[in-house]
Design a protein around this ligand. Structure first.
Ligand code: GLN
Length: 259
């Protein structure tokens, strides 16, 4: 959609979709904060009422009315601060995820949703919402990644830069398979990310959703379906999502695939 194009009249939804952007003041590497803007815009372009709720460190966090939770990556120290911040909300966050709550966690926050990760030589306890451990390896995994998933016919693309290597337990489903050798969760098993109910953990920065509009729409659709199954009949008219002109997003994806 081009800037200046007219937006459709807002659809009826008594309560706008609440996009909770967690801790943009701590975890916001490589433009991850842009993911919230992408979700909000893709809703607005379809007339779906949606609002971004930026929750900073120390703020009240209302999970009960969250529709989509977005959280980015960051440096080890900031990641640790967020781990401390979320520890007291661990059970509620886990309940949100197990209740099909929609969430996208990038890199450092993906790591801290697992059982453990390392800061230097110190093993840090994660939130244990994903059955995974992140260990240290030699050097960092950096560069452009393309990930083949079951969520779209096209691969998702993004930029990775992490020291930690994430290994999923057998019971966890990866987001997909990295098509670039030596990248992804750990550079070894070829897997990238994690898909746990409606929670996606991934190493894709960029911001990931700007080049992967199908991934953004997957999050929006899951959120509307969850509303519907919770008795919000108004969500039904918004499903399936109306198509948008994604030419620019997809040409950005094609360019990233060539890098
Ligand atoms: N600090 C973590 C690592 O390097 C995560 C970095 C990130 O979010 N890009 O493994």
């Amino acid at each position: 959609i081009a800037t200046g194009d007219e937006l459709p009249a807002p659809a009826v939804l008594d309560r706008p979709l609440r996009i909770v952007h967690l801790y943009p003041d701590a975890l916001n590497l490589y433009g991850d904060g842009g993911n919230a803007m992408v979700v909000e815009r893709r809703c607005a372009w379809r007339g779906i009422p949606a609002q971004i709720d930026n929750v900073h460190m120390g703020d009240e966090l209302d999970l009960a009315t969250a529709d989509i939770i977005l959280i980015g990556g960051g440096a080890d120290r900031d990641q640790l601060a967020v781990a401390h911040e979320l520890r007291s909300r661990r059970d509620e966050l886990s309940a949100y995820v197990e209740d099909d709550g929609v969430m996208l966690a990038i890199c450092g926050s993906y790591q801290l949703l697992g059982r453990s990760y390392y800061m230097g030589d110190d093993k840090i306890e994660g939130l244990g919402i994903i059955a995974a451990d992140t260990v240290r390896g030699d050097g960092r995994l950096t560069g452009n990644v393309a990930v083949k998933t079951e969520l779209s016919s096209d691969p998702f693309v993004g930029f990775e830069n992490h020291g930690g290597r994430t290994f999923l337990d057998e019971c966890e489903h990866p987001l997909g398979v990295s098509t670039v050798p030596g990248t992804g969760n750990n550079g070894k098993d070829g897997l990238e990310g994690c898909l746990h109910r409606n929670l996606i953990g991934t190493y894709l920065h960029g911001p990931a959703l700007s080049k992967n509009p199908d991934l953004a729409d997957w999050l929006i659709e899951r959120a509307l379906e969850r509303r519907l199954s919770a008795g919000d009949a108004q969500a039904e008219a918004l499903l399936p999502l109306s198509p948008l002109n994604d030419d620019r997003e997809l040409s950005a994806r094609a360019a990233a695939m060539k890098l």
